[in-house]
Design a protein around this ligand. Structure first.
Ligand code: IDP
Ligand code: MG
Length: 134
């Protein structure tokens, strides 16, 4: 068990649908705490960095359109094994794999509009916290 910090981002659909309170409650109920939080408006250059593994995909322009459609709530979340733990309560990336009881399984109606980002490794968490919080 290691106390970790992870980068979590509540995406524009989560903010627009008024689901931030529910999603934050799930994160807190899991036992994690918010270390820092801020509303930010993303742009294409930062998305090209953040989603560098996806820039060659045909759907990348749709991700940019989605992720710039409104503000996101950027957060640093801390807790025991928080990187993996947040990924578990988020649910899987693909719409058809996201199980009921997870954030995406309960609220996402497509693979693209899936409400939440969470770092997928310690290396990603460190880079993403630096990217969005300096
Ligand atoms: P993750 O968010 O579960 O880590 P990634 O593969 O890193 O998944 O993808 C980043 C984001 O890009 C997803 O959360 C989703 O919003 C979007 N995305 C991923 N795959 C697809 C796809 O096949 N079609 C449309 N959007 C996608
Ligand atoms: Mg990812």
């Amino acid at each position: 068990m290691t106390v970790e910090r992870t980068y979590v981002m509540l995406k524009p659909d989560c903010v627009q649908r008024g689901l931030c309170g529910d999603v934050i409650a799930r994160i807190e109920h899991k036992g994690y705490r918010i270390v820092d939080a801020k509303m930010i408006q993303l742009d294409e250059p930062i998305l090209r960095e953040h989603y560098a593994h996806l820039t060659d995909k045909p759907f990348f322009p749709e991700i940019v359109e989605y992720m710039t459609s409104g503000p996101v709530l950027a957060m640093i979340i801390e807790g025991e094994d928080a990187i993996q733990g947040v990924r578990i309560i988020m649910g899987k990336t693909k719409f058809e794999d996201a199980e009921a009881g997870t954030i995406r399984g309960d609220y996402a109606s497509s693979t693209r509009y899936n409400l939440i980002h969470g770092s997928d490794s310690p290396e990603a968490a460190e880079a993403e916290i630096k990217r969005f919080f300096g």
